[in-house]
Structures are given as C-alpha cells and as structure tokens.
Design a protein around this ligand. Structure first.
Ligand code: UN1
Length: 498
C-alpha cells in the first residue's frame, strides 16, 4: 500500500529544489505491522553543509519578495494539502501508527496552519510609536533571521513541521529541516507540496538522518542562526547547551506530565470522556497526553469504575481499520520504556487497575501494542506521577481539596498542559490563574491545542518560546527598531528633550 501511495521505495533529500539520493539508507517500519514502508537516507554533515550554502543564497532573494507574495505560496501549500488530505493521512498512519481519524486531524492542523500563516503575509505587524524628539519617527519591524534549522519529532510529523516551517518561511527565512528518521514520509510529501506550490528553490531543504549526525551538524553550523526543536528533554537540553555556547537562538518544545483534575462537582461522564481521549488517543504518545488524573476523594471510586468501563470498550489495532481507537507504540524502545514504568509503578506501591502489559494476540504480535493502563492510589512523588512515560498509561492521584489538586498539578518538573473538570465558576478562574502550565483546559482533556494560539509550556517543558500562534513569529524574526529623524539637525536622545 505504501509503495502505491508513495510511488517510490526510497526517499531522497531535497536540497536547492533538487531531489538527491543518499549513500546510506535505513528502513522505515510501520509500527502496526512490522513491515518496511520505505527506505530513508541517513545523511552526514556534508549534506547539511550543502543545504546551508544554497539556503544562504536563496534566503537573500526570498527575503526581498514582498511578504504578501510569499504568502501566495503558503496559500497554495494549504490548498494542495487540503486536496491531498486523505492521501497524507493514510501515509501518516503507515509511518507513525496513529489511527486514521487522528491522522486526518493532524493533517488538518497543518492545513489550518498554512492558511493562518499565509494570512500573516499581510500582517507581520510591527509597532509604530512616538519618538521623544520633534520631527522624528520611530517604529519596530520584524526582520528575518537568515537560515534556520528545524528538528521535528515522530509523534506529530506533519503538524509540528508546519508549526515551524510556515512561520519561518512567511517571515523570509530559509529552512534546513531534519525530520525524525522514524517518520520521514510526511517530510517527503510536504517538500513535494512546497515544490508544486512554486516555492523558490533552496528556501526549504530537507536533510534526513540521525540526530547524532545531521542534528549535531545543524546545531554546530555557524550558518544556521536558529534551532527550533521538539523532542525529549535530554536532547533538548543538550541542544540548548551547544547553542548557548555559540549564542545561537534556540526554541525548545519538550516533555509534559499533564494532568486532568476532577473535582467533586464535575460532570463525571464528561471527565471520563476527556480522560480517555487525552490519555489513550495517539496511544498516549503526545507531549500533551494526560498521564495523571488528580481526583477529589469523594468521586474517586465512581471515576475509577466509569473509566474502567470506558477503557474496556477501546479497540486496539492497526490504525487503518476505522473501528480501531488505539494504535501501536512507535517502536521497541518506546515499548521497553513503557514496560519499565509499569514495573516502577508496581514497586512504588500504586495499584494497577487495568492493563499493564503488551498485547500479542493474533496480528497484534507483528507490531507493538500496549494495553490501555490505569494505576490508582498513586502519590504525587512517585516516578510514574513525575516522569514522562509516552504511552497509554495514566495514574490516579486522590486529593482532598481544590487547593491540594492545584498543588499536585504543579508539583512536576514539566508545565505543558493541564485541565480541570468543575462546574464552579470561581474554581475555573482560580485554576486558570494558578495552574502552572502553558496550556489550560476547562471541562476538556489535556490535548487538542488549536494552531492560532501559542503552543508550549513552562518550567522543564521548554525555554520560554512558543510554537504556533502569532508567537511562533518571534522565534523566526529579529525585532528591529527604526528611527527616522526628519528635523535636518542633530537631535540627541535623552539630552535635547525640552
Ligand atoms: C505534541 O504532542 O507534541 O494539542 C503535539 C495537541 C495537538 C498537538 C500535540 N494539537 O495535543
């Protein structure tokens, strides 16, 4: 199926508008079946050098194209993505495993981002303001930075690529993009779409390969002035350290340990729906996945029972089957990590109410599937309540009050997303103020961010930057302050002020 949809059995780098073969390749494995989908090039630093050289030249020209004209390319990218939505979604499911319905949602996220950022072509607003001196004009404008590097993860291979590449391109930068080796097909497809949409050659360059080679080369290349990375905390802090030494701008989107708070006045059925969707959708492999439920003790038992009943109904299998709700785990390493945390949870004394094991019956044996898992009576300090598991595992932590719930939510190193289910308006407003996360949901799960709002988190989730939203433009632009003195004489700021 993949070959029919893709038309090739080997992917190729995309540099200066040319499709270039690699010297070494690795297989891309469908996590649902264990079958090879395609081969991906494992490039080395010479491909990064080549891409940066052409990108530097291309960027100078691209920055001179008026932004509303740059936008026309993104409108066309969005239009083609829309036309190809089903095709892209199927390929996404084949390389990543997420169920088709979610794959369609992810592609839609990219389409939305294309039209949103194309609109920025007629905004990219700066500010005009008053100068402190007579006959003097002052304004601040956004300026492109140059060549930027984006490093994207396997869990949202197209959406996150659009969150980063569209704002970079509309702002007049050129991009070097290293997609995750697990999910390179979305990069290949998006590069083709950019080409078809008429993007100037060399503005978008895709270099496939490992973080240890291509990623490192990007981070250390002095021609790349920004690195925007989404992935693990370990890699993110390494990148930040290396970029710090070079005074290179770096935007990081890292882990989460997101909680749903269920208060005693919550609509329990709604809370259960929100938890099941946020904890087990994408098999829990989202940065925003719900992996803790902080529940008021008065409704704990009821919530447990209803959750167990809903979890029973989840169908697990190949995401191409429309009746399946939970797809596979990305690979063996992901599976091993989840299993390790199950053992940790048991040793720590949490009670395992459901799941906790790999599924192997019938065809499931060919891929990596894990049963939706529920721990209860966890405490805030347990490792299963502190560390990111990135799988379909959720831990219930009972609390006695609203204040304690907020405190438990904030007691982790991460700060991406949080949610509260309550009908009390006072609690709603207190919670949105006091929950220490970049994203807060009220009466909804922890997933489902919309692209025109900033995406990112506090504390260990990142370093203060945001993907998507108008805020993404701050990552890819410099602020330039411009003063025009039309008095015809020397006017000294702070001094010649009457
Ligand atoms: C991620 O897991 O890194 O809000 C991105 C959400 C999605 C994006 C998740 N729109 O869950």
């Amino acid at each position: 199926m993949a070959k029919t949809l893709l038309g090739v059995d080997k992917l190729v780098n995309f540099i200066d508008g040319e499709w270039m073969e690699g010297s070494e390749y690795a297989p891309v494995i469908n996590p649902a079946t264990g079958e090879e989908v395609v081969q991906v090039p494992l490039s080395d630093s010479s491909s990064v050098d080549e891409a940066v050289n052409v990108a530097k030249k291309a960027q100078k020209e691209w920055a001179m194209v008026p932004a509303p004209q740059r936008a026309e390319v993104l409108y066309e990218v969005g239009r083609i993505m829309k036309e190809r939505k089903e095709h892209l979604a199927k390929l996404l499911t084949l390389e990543n495993g997420k169920v088709l319905e979610e794959a369609r949602g992810e592609v839609q996220e990219g389409i939305d981002m294309a039209f949103y950022m194309a609109g920025e072509g007629r905004r990219l607003f700066g500010q005009t303001t008053n100068a402190e001196l007579k006959d003097k004009f002052a304004m601040s404008v956004r300026a492109p930075i140059g060549v930027v590097g984006i490093i994207t993860p396997w869990n949202f291979p197209i959406a996150i690529a659009t969150w980063k590449s569209f704002p970079a391109i509309i702002s007049g930068n050129a991009v070097i993009w290293k997609p995750a080796t697990e999910t390179p097909i979305m990069a290949y497809e998006l590069a083709k779409i950019y080409e078809e949409a008429g993007l100037q050659k060399g503005v978008l360059n895709v270099v496939y390969g490992k973080g240890s080679t291509v990623g490192e080369a990007m981070v250390h290349h002095d021609g790349i002035r920004v690195i925007s990375f989404t992935g693990s905390n370990e890699t993110g802090s390494h990148i930040a350290g290396e970029c710090g030494k070079q005074l290179k701008k770096v935007s990081l989107e890292l882990g989460g340990k997101n909680a749903v708070i269920v208060m005693d006045d919550a609509d329990i059925n709604l809370a259960v729906e929100g938890i099941v969707w946020s904890a087990f959708g994408t098999s829990g492999q989202r940065c925003t996945a719900c992996s803790r439920v902080i529940v008021h003790e008065d409704v704990k038992e009821e919530l447990e029972q209803r959750l167990l009943a809903e979890m029973e109904k989840l169908t697990i299998g190949n995401g191409l089957d429309e009746s399946v709700k939970v797809g596979p785990i990305i690979n063996e390493a992901g599976m091993e990590k989840i299993k390790t945390y199950i053992e940790i949870g048991k040793e720590e004394g949490a009670t395992l109410l459901a799941g906790g094991y790999e599924l192997k019956e019938g065809d499931l044996d060919k891929g990596h599937y894990f049963a939706p898992t529920l721990f209860t009576d966890a405490t805030r300090d347990m490792r299963i309540a502190q560390e990111e598991i990135f799988g379909p595992v959720v831990s219930l932590i009972p609390v006695k009050s609203f204040e304690e719930a907020i405190d438990v939510n904030n007691s982790v190193a991460y700060g991406l997303s949080s949610s509260i289910f309550t009908k009390d308006a006072n609690r709603v407003f207190k919670a949105q103020r006091d929950l220490d996360t970049g994203i807060v949901y009220v009466n909804a799960g922890t997933t489902g961010a919309e692209i025109h709002l900033p995406f990112g988190g506090t504390k260990g989730t990142g370093n203060g930057h945001r993907d998507s939203g108008v805020q993404a433009l701050d990552v890819f632009t410099e602020w330039k302050a411009v003063y025009v003195d039309y008095s015809g004489k020397l006017q000294r700021a702070q001094i010649d002020v009457e």
